[in-house]
Design a protein around this ligand. Structure first.
Ligand code: PSV
Ligand code: MN
Length: 429
């Protein structure tokens, strides 16, 4: 099933193809002078994939207001249709990551079939113990997996086990656990006891993890707790992964660090100690802003990918991070933002691939700080768009995904079938 007519994509591409071929040839010549084979870079970009968060296709909001968009998805089935559009046009997002209970359905078989019909698979399952679901017995107001009350912890463990069971039915292979547990006042909780309780609860989840699954824990410095957070940074996250065992890994959400923290260095450390599980890509200026990936600091994104390509090139042991977007769209059409963001991670990957790694290593050994930095800058300054566009086109996607999406008038079409949902449409991340 296609959500955007194939003919429209072809028509839109035909208008741009001649220019693209010229740009691609020109870039190929430039890169070959630098010893880079453009075809090899394109092949890697064409094979690259990043998962889309189901909650990202709903219009987000802030704690002040949410402004619903036209034709926004009412449920997970609508969300999958929107995700299918993103993949059809970008050819870079073949899987969707679900959030439970937001995406809970009565018939998992129907959901799996819907995904299959749309050509989509299911990525990591995300549990939610940071808000109360209607009718749940124990409240998470004062925490979940680290809660002082054993019954609350047990409820949170069971919820995670339920997410695993759902994921198994859908073909997912990973569970991502992010908790909002923490405190707003010094003295409110005992740091050590809270962390002990968290670890015990996580061990109960880990014990039930299927053999071929991975468990990702996600750290975040603050919010919703503002004085202390139980899983606050990558150090604590690493301890968790170590305590749990070989199927446990750390997930790095780019927005979950203090401003100016050197995230690419955290990534390098986690790779070195074989505990990098994956990413939630987004961008930020101040806190966990959940802005579009690469929209604020594309150089930081490139520097993260520089580490990833470095690890890929030297075939670092156990290196297989999961890539996912995790953003909230308050003022844009979420489909457009997610398409742009998927393109931005592809761009950072392509730029990482064209770094002259031999030259970089030589400059590092010579302590030539200026030329080492220039080596990275040369790759970052290169406009790799023709590579991305060519890879998309050859994979059956659009040379210009946003233009093709606008030409298709998808929003207006679905708006008539999707009456506005009061306050619904997606979680606020
Ligand atoms: C928390 O801020 C987070 O990054 C976690 O990944 C959640 O699962 C997601 O956002 C949605 O709230
Ligand atoms: Mn996240």
């Amino acid at each position: 099933m296609t959500m955007i007519e194939g003919e429209l994509i072809v028509r839109e591409n035909d208008r741009r193809k001649a220019d693209l071929l010229r740009d691609y040839t020109h870039l190929g010549e430039q890169l070959s002078r630098r010893g880079v084979d453009i075809e090899a870079v394109k092949a890697k970009v064409a094979a690259y994939a990043v998962a889309v968060p189901s909650w990202g296709v709903g219009t987000g909001g802030t704690r002040f207001a949410r402004f619903p968009g036209l034709g926004e998805p009412r449920n997970i089935f609508d969300k999958l249709e929107d995700c299918a559009v993103i993949h059809e046009l970008t050819r870079a997002t073949p899987t969707v990551s679900l959030h439970i209970p937001w995406d809970k359905v009565s018939d998992l078989k129907e959901l799996k079939q819907k995904g299959e019909a749309l050509g989509l698979g299911f990525d990591a399952m995300n549990s939610n113990t940071f808000s109360d679901a209607p009718g749940q017995e124990q409240s998470y107001k004062f925490g979940s997996l680290s809660h002082a009350n054993a019954a609350t912890r047990q409820q949170a463990v069971e919820h995670n086990l339920e997410c695993i069971a759902m994921g198994e039915a859908l073909g997912s292979k990973a569970l991502t656990v992010w908790i909002g547990d923490g405190t707003n006042f010094p003295g409110q909780a005992n740091f050590t006891k809270s962390f002990e309780r968290y670890l015990d609860a996580m061990k109960a989840i880990y014990r039930e993890l299927p053999e071929d699954w991975r468990l990702f824990t996600e750290h975040k410095m603050y919010e919703p707790a503002f004085y202390s957070t139980v899983v606050q940074d990558w150090g604590t996250n690493y301890l968790i992964a170590q305590e749990l065992g070989p199927k446990a890994y750390c997930l790095v959400d780019l927005g979950h660090h203090a401003p100016n923290v050197n995230i690419e260095m955290i990534v390098a450390r986690l790779i070195q100690f074989r505990k990098l599980g994956g990413f939630h890509f987004n961008d930020s200026k101040y806190g966990d802003d959940d802005l579009d990936t690469g929209s604020i600091d594309p150089y930081r994104l490139f520097l993260v990918f520089n580490e990833l390509v470095d690890a890929e090139t030297r075939k670092a042991e156990g290196f297989a991070p999961a890539h996912m977007l995790d953003q909230s769209h308050n003022v844009t059409d979420p489909i457009e933002s997610l398409m742009r963001s998927a393109t931005e991670v592809c761009r950072a990957y392509a730029q990482g691939l064209i770094v002259d790694r031999e030259a970089l290593a030589a400059h590092q050994d010579d302590n030539d700080a200026l030329m080492a930095s220039e080596t990275l800058k040369t790759a970052f300054r290169t406009d790799v768009e023709p590579i991305l566009a060519m890879a998309r086109m050859e994979n059956g996607g659009a040379i210009d995904p946003v233009a093709a999406y606008r030409a298709a008038g998808y929003r207006a079409k679905v708006a008539s079938e999707r009456p506005a949902v009061a306050g619904g449409g997606g979680g606020i991340v």
